[in-house]
Design a protein around this ligand. Structure first.
Ligand code: UDP
Length: 238
C-alpha cells in the first residue's frame, strides 16, 4: 500500500553461478541480459555499483577439497571474478553504459585499483562501477565484499541477485512446499537459521542496518523492479 520509493544508489551482488548459466565460463546471453537490465536502471538515473562473484570459475573451498592450499585457491577464485567483471563491462559498454572496473588486487592494465572516493565520483557521473577480485583477501566471500562495498560507498540497499526467487523457510529445491518470505527481519533469519548470505556478510548488514533484497536475476526486468522499490524476492531488514 505504501508508495514506491526508488533507490538512488544500489550495490548489486551478481553471483558467478548465474554468469556461467550453470556451467564453467561465461554465458554471453546471460551477461547480455544482465547488462541490458542494468542499462535500463542507469538510464533511469539510478547509481549502480556491482560486485561480481566467481563461482562459475573457481571456489576456494572446492579447490581446497581437491588438495590445494586454501589461500592460493582463494586467489584463483578472486581472479575468476575479474573475468566476469570484464565480461560485464564489455556488455554494458555495448549497451551504451559507461563503466569502470575496480579491483582489490592491482592489475593496472585492465582495471583501476579499488579507490572508494573515486568509485563514488564515477557513480555520480552515471558510470557503473564493477568491483572485482573480491576483497583481495583469502577466506572471504564476494557476499562479504558486497556488504562492505555497499557500506563504504553509501549504497542504500544490497541487491543480492541470484538464481533463487528469495528467502524460503526451507530449501525450495528439496522441499516443494517451502514458503517464500516477502519480508523478514535479520533477527528472524538468525532465529530460523536461514542462510541469506554467508555469516560475515549477514552480520555486517545487520550491524549497520543495510537492507538486503534477495531476488531472481534471471527474470527479465527484476533489477529495475527491485530498484523501483517493488516487492520482489525477499526484503531482509532490521
Ligand atoms: N574469494 C576470496 N576472497 C574474497 C572474495 C572471494 O578468497 O574476498 C574467493 C573464494 O575462493 C570464493 C571465490 O573467490 O570461493 C569466488 O567468489 P564467490 O564464491 O563468493 O562467488 P559466487 O558464489 O558469488 O559466484
Amino acid at each position: 500500500t505504501s508508495a514506491l520509493v526508488p533507490y538512488r544508489r544500489v550495490l548489486l551482488k551478481l553471483s558467478g553461478e548465474v554468469f556461467g548459466g550453470g556451467k564453467l565460463g561465461v554465458d554471453p546471453n546471460v551477461v547480455a541480459n544482465i547488462a541490458a537490465q542494468i542499462a535500463e536502471v542507469v538510464r533511469g538515473g539510478v547509481q549502480v555499483a556491482a560486485v561480481v562473484g566467481g563461482g562459475n570459475f573457481f571456489r576456494g573451498s572446492e579447490l581446497q577439497q581437491s588438495g590445494m592450499d586454501r589461500a592460493r585457491a582463494d586467489y584463483m577464485g578472486m581472479l575468476g571474478t575479474v573475468m566476469n567483471c570484464l565480461a560485464l563491462q564489455d556488455f554494458l559498454e555495448k549497451a551504451g553504459v559507461d563503466t569502470r572496473v575496480q579491483t582489490a588486487i592491482t592489475m593496472g592494465q585492465i582495471a583501476e585499483p579499488y579507490i572508494p572516493r573515486r568509485a563514488i565520483r564515477h557513480l555520480e557521473k552515471g558510470r557503473v562501477v564493477i568491483f572485482g577480485a573480491g576483497s583481495g583477501m583469502p577466506y572471504f566471500s564476494t557476499d562479504t565484499v558486497a556488504a562492505q562495498r555497499a557500506l563504504e560507498i553509501g549504497a542504500e540497499v544490497l541487491l543480492k541477485a541470484t538464481s533463487v526467487d528469495g528467502v524460503y523457510d526451507a530449501d525450495p529445491k528439496r522441499a516443494p512446499q517451502a514458503r517464500k518470505f516477502e519480508q523478514i527481519s535479520f533477527a528472524e533469519c538468525l532465529r530460523r537459521e536461514l542462510r541469506v548470505a554467508d555469516a560475515t556478510a549477514f552480520s555486517l548488514c545487520m550491524e549497520h542496518g543495510l537492507p538486503i533484497i534477495v531476488f531472481n536475476l534471471l527474470k527479465d526486468g527484476n533489477i529495475a523492479r527491485a530498484v523501483r522499490g517493488e516487492r520482489i524476492g525477499t526484503l531482509v531488514s532490521a
